[in-house]
Design a protein around this ligand. Structure first.
Ligand code: UDP
Length: 327
């Protein structure tokens, strides 16, 4: 792939930092734009850094005018589903309103390519066992709705402007850490199941709570499609290459096409850590669909992306190696 100048919002966050690492290793010229509300400066292993907020439209436009990126990758967002149910406006502001600022700045700066971090939450409660990209978008929480609106803006802007193309990547459940142990998940407050299970194994939490055991799934707990963060990073590199080579917009699911229940995740976490941590089954968490599993054929066919780490034990092991080093 030709080397490019890429502006990466949220590049100090969990997924953004893994993408920065991969694209940096490939020799691209990177600039990270992040307000460090959830990210960490030390996680940015390559490129320049601008401490900035996406609400600051002036700084955003100036950053784009000065750097002149060929592509923008937009990771910065609020991501906690249950919080979005309690505080929807935070999500419409941070995810939808700020994306509008960013897209506007891209249009003003003639940035031709945009890669968007979307989510499986756009589908809501799918009617089929796996969802493909043509499934209808019926988010059941404000987090998913805030991302659907951005996809819609991107589609409309791409229709209106010849020289603006985008790829939207709908992430399923991203987990794991870099193999070399350099970066991993570092949220101030962790809500994700794998991280929480590992924190329970470390004794940081007294027990792991399983949210809901009365779902319409074989063991009653929710099923998710867990994808290793480095496979997801490779999907971003493939999306950039696609935009460069084909100059067309598209939308792709990022998952492995099969899922695990929360109970299965707990079993793997106990095996990997060797700790039989206490588990408590409690009521459902707001906003959780019973099953979310990708149909991931399209990304393979169109982008040539193939998973390398489709192995829950590997995912949990890399996360555990990372987590053990945290305080
Ligand atoms: N979950 C759980 N206990 C936890 C955290 C999560 O039982 O401490 C469940 C959650 O209800 C969902 C699944 O694990 O069914 C995945 O949740 P996570 O927050 O990891 O990702 P999400 O699917 O919400 O993006």
């Amino acid at each position: 792939m030709k080397k490019q100048k890429i502006l990466i919002t949220g590049g100090a966050g969990y997924i953004g930092s893994h993408v920065v690492k991969m694209l940096g290793e490939q020799g691209h010229d990177l600039l990270v734009y992040d307000n460090l509300s959830g990210g960490n400066r030390e996680a940015v292993l390559y490129g320049g850094f601008v401490l900035g907020d996406l609400a600051d439209a002036v700084l955003l436009k100036k950053t784009i005018a000065d750097f002149k990126p060929q592509a923008v990758m937009h990771f910065a967002a609020s991501i906690i589903v249950s919080e979005s149910v309690r505080d929807p406006l935070k999500y419409y502001r941070n995810n939808t309103g700020n994306a509008l600022n960013l897209i506007e700045a891209c249009v003003a700066g003639d940035v031709p390519h945009f890669v968007f971090s979307s989510t499986a939450a756009v589908y809501g409660i799918p009617s089929r066992a796996t969802v493909d990209e043509s499934s209808s978008l019926n988010p059941i929480n404000p987090y998913g709705a805030s991302k659907v609106m951005v996809e819609q803006m991107l589609r409309d802007v791409a229709l209106a402007r010849q020289n603006f193309k985008y790829v939207s990547l709908r992430y399923f459940n991203v987990a794991g850490a870099a193999k070399d142990g350099s970066i991993g998940q570092l949220y101030k407050e962790s809500t994700h199941i794998i991280t929480r299970a590992l924190k329970a194994a470390k004794g940081e939490f007294p027990r792991l709570q399983i949210f809901g055991n009365d779902y319409t799934t074989p063991d009653g707990t929710c099923i998710r499609d867990y994808i290793h963060v480095d496979d997801l990073a490779a999907a971003h590199a493939a999306a950039l290459e696609f935009l460069q080579a084909k100059g067309a917009s598209n939308v792709f699911n990022c998952g492995y096409g099969h899922g695990y229940s929360v109970r299965e995740v707990v079993t793997v976490a106990k095996k990997v850590t060797g700790v039989d941590f206490p588990v408590e089954e409690v009521g459902r968490r707001e906003g959780d669909p019973p099953t979310l599993v990708a149909n991931s054929e399209k990304i393979g066919k169109v982008l040539g992306w193939k998973p390398k780490y489709d192995d829950l034990e590997y995912i949990v092991r890399t996360a555990w190696e990372w987590e053990k080093k945290r305080k």
